[in-house]
Design a protein around this ligand. Structure first.
Ligand code: ATP
Ligand code: FE
Length: 356
């Protein structure tokens, strides 16, 4: 099977062609991404209206470039997959309209994909991880532990009760005057910092479940920053690096400890050797990957993390999740709608369309 995938739920316009034959990992024949960072940089965050317009302008080019890079034509595709939510609604609508147009023009089947399912199935795209597995999905807007049993079968074990870690990284960067997206800038600065100098809290570790909280870290960071500024009249490069290192270490510690608990909860219902997989933009963080790897080796759990380029938003994951849905008979039609919210434990667009 060969699918074209479209992604436009946040600030990346993307198209990709993915092929999967039988067992084993899939093949990413092309993956094109137009980032919008410079369009939003003056505003300190993604402006939904600007994003929607840029997606509408760029999608056609992305599709053309993805097909050219794969050396294929639309007629070589078996179906067209598109992110139908959750995300910034204007962008999602742009993607869904474009996919509907392509499907109508070619007669190809249309598959609506949950963006989070795209992230959550990425370990199968790259490493052919068998079902079931334990997924830590950590991204710009989400943080949750999921048991993944099938392309539309997710059970949520726990997750953040407030901010997502990606959001926390982005806010931290903003508070320290570092460029967006915050994750990579904070990680870069943290490399030269001392994680011990500032004592960040480790929220919710006193609770046995795998729920998390990150909003307190941002407040703590603001307090520490203001204290240093009051004492010295400003922040040195070293102060900034130490704040980044302390903040990143707190997130890595909390994710590692909560992953240990999620493994325990997972094992109660799924005996055997589990695989822990991580995905989403924050999974690109090397300190967090290392912390999770340590927990997994200590608990005798296999660990897998997709390559960095497939952790952050891309259309290859959408094409692949669409391919899995397509394979089990998932189809949408011209009534497919864009959804700003779409929790993973109720997966198919049709089910939601019926008002459940
Ligand atoms: P969602 O998938 O929840 O809808 P999103 O699509 O905006 O949100 P992703 O593209 O999956 O999120 O991830 C983007 C987030 O990942 C941003 O918040 C960014 O700061 C963060 N991020 C990217 N690289 C790193 C890194 N190296 N360390 C930490 N965070 C990172
Ligand atoms: Fe995402």
């Amino acid at each position: 099977l060969t699918l074209l995938g479209l992604e436009s739920s946040c600030d990346d316009t993307a198209a990709a062609v993915v092929r999967h034959c039988g067992d084993g990992p899939a093949e990413v024949l092309s993956s094109v991404i137009f980032g919008q960072a410079e369009l939003h940089s003056a505003y300190g965050g993604v402006v939904p209206e600007i994003a929607a317009r840029a997606h509408a302008e760029k999608l056609d080019h992305c599709v053309r470039d993805a097909l050219t890079a794969a050396g294929l034509h639309l007629r070589d595709m078996d179906a067209i997959a598109v992110t139908a939510g959750p995300g910034l609604i204007g962008g999602v609508i742009s993607g869904v309209m474009c996919a509907k147009g392509l499907a109508a023009a070619t007669g190809l089947p249309l598959i609506g994909v949950n963006h989070l399912a795209g992230h959550a199935l990425t370990p199968r795209l790259t490493d052919a991880v068998p079902y079931p597995y334990l997924m830590l999905l950590v991204s710009g807007g989400h943080c949750q532990y999921l048991i993944v049993r099938g392309p539309e079968d997710f059970t949520r074990l726990g997750g953040t009760i407030d901010d997502a870690p990606g959001e926390a990284f982005d806010k931290t960067a903003r508070l320290l005057g570092l460029p967006q997206p915050g994750g990579p800038s904070v990680q870069d600065d943290a490399e030269n910092g001392d994680p011990q100098r500032f004592r960040f809290p480790r929220p919710l570790l006193d609770r046995p479940d795998c729920n998390l909280s990150f909003s307190g870290l941002k407040t703590a960071l603001m307090r520490m920053r203001d204290q240093v500024m009051a004492e010295k009249g400003g922040l040195t490069r070293q102060d900034r690096a130490d704040l980044c290192a302390g903040f990143q270490a707190a997130i890595a510690d909390v994710l590692a400890e909560k992953t240990r608990r999620a493994i325990r909860i997972y094992l109660e219902e799924n005996p055997g050797t589990p695989t822990v997989a991580v995905a989403g933009g924050v999974a690109a963080n090397t300190a967090i990957r290392a912390a999770l790897e340590t927990v997994c080796s200590e608990t005798g759990t296999a660990f897998t993390a997709p390559p960095l380029a497939l952790c952050t938003d891309n259309a290859a994951m959408i094409a692949y999740a669409g391919l899995e849905r397509f394979r089990i008979g998932g189809r949408d039609d011209m009534t497919l709608s864009a959804r700003p919210r779409w929790p993973l434990d109720q997966s198919s667009p049709a089910m939601l369309g019926s008002g459940k």
